[in-house]
Design a protein around this ligand. Sequence first.
Ligand SMILES: [Ca+2]
Ligand SMILES: [Ca+2]
Ligand SMILES: [Ca+2]
Length: 452
Amino acid sequence: MRMHKLPAVVVACVGVLALMLFAAPASGQINYDVDPKSSTDGTPVPDVDKVGVPPGPPIGGPSGPDLGCWAATASNLLGAAGWGVGVTAQAKADSIYKDLINNFEVNPGDGYIAAAGNCAAAAKWWIHNIGLNSAMAGQGYDPTNPYVDFGLVERTLIEPDYNYLLKELARCQYVGVTWITGEDTGHCMTLVGGNYGPSIVGKAPPHQSVWHNSDNEGGMAPNWVDDEVYGNDWAKGFPTWWLDVNNDGVGDWVADAYFKACPGHPKPASAVGNFDVHYYRGPDHLDFSGPTPLWVSGVQMLVTGEMKDAYTGWQGNPDPEWDPTGAPVLYVPNEEIRDYHKILYLAVDFKEAEDPSTTNVFNIQVTDDEDVPAALDDWWWSEDNGQILMKYVFDDQPGWEKIVFPHADYKNLTGNILEWNLATECVPEPATLALLAVGLATLGLLGRRRQR
Ligand SMILES: [Ca+2]
Ligand SMILES: [Ca+2]
Ligand SMILES: [Ca+2]
């Protein structure tokens, strides 16, 4: 029962096979309030399936159970939202799952994931190490993808949460739900549709939800179905969300967390490709101390972009540094260039809608190396106030920049702060731009360009 001592959403899909054999396949038998949706590109929502089925060894794998449901669910969410490489959402999701296997297989060459993990951490790891890492151009790098507003809630889910998630399916791209299954490890599946719960007026039974599951499903290979339908048992312990996975009318699993991917405001691609600091919680290290290997998640800071290692910071270090007093103050490396000035973009992603009473983003102070504040030039909220992009403009190119966060949650990624990331770029002063234009005109470059 090891996962229960750990933070929620550490899941691994053990003990699901027997239940799945009784699962009813979807066959359009009822009208859903929210029909199983399509992905951003109009193709069916991805359904990444693990190579193996717990508790047995993977098909063609060396040994041990395949515990990669957390990575498969993260792949479905991201692939449906247009991340990954491939023509269809399914191909994109499969490419992401392959990336996750390559990085989180327990033994090199396993070809599957034999350790429990966390769906949200897997998605975050992929976004930052591949999706927004300019070194991965052609392999999944896509700084223009708008799906950068993620949501994470880690507690026992209740009926209003479920109704909210169904509504979010219309606006966002899929939802991963983590379940306490009563086994050593939990399970994670992708919610794609269903019927609202009984508190919504007029919503009588059947109370069914539709899922994409990475385990064996309603049929047998090769005729496995994508959409799997299970009853939501609202009577067992209302308002707790129980799922009836063996179709006997009684709930078996309790919903323990959700993770969703929604449209937000990405930073400009030019800045992301220049110098990008990612601060997020991702799979950190393997823990073999329990009955099941486990990817433990931790806070990670990653620097990417063309100018990575080229800039220097407060103490001559090329990496961003936290203030030694322990205060949530970060020093960001830079390079002084005459006649250019700095623009800094800061994106903050909240777990739920921002709560200005604690972590108010407008209390963040961005200053230069002489503590002169940079002007907050503009900002953009996501539709649900769950993510914000802020643009700060400096007068010049300081030796380094300083970010003073108003709360320790920004440093520890606790409370409502899911992550933040920032990117910087330098632009010519207006005077320099004018001179540049004159120079180009003199050389005839502007005229030549117009003729093309
Ligand atoms: Ca499946
Ligand atoms: Ca049941
Ligand atoms: Ca968010």
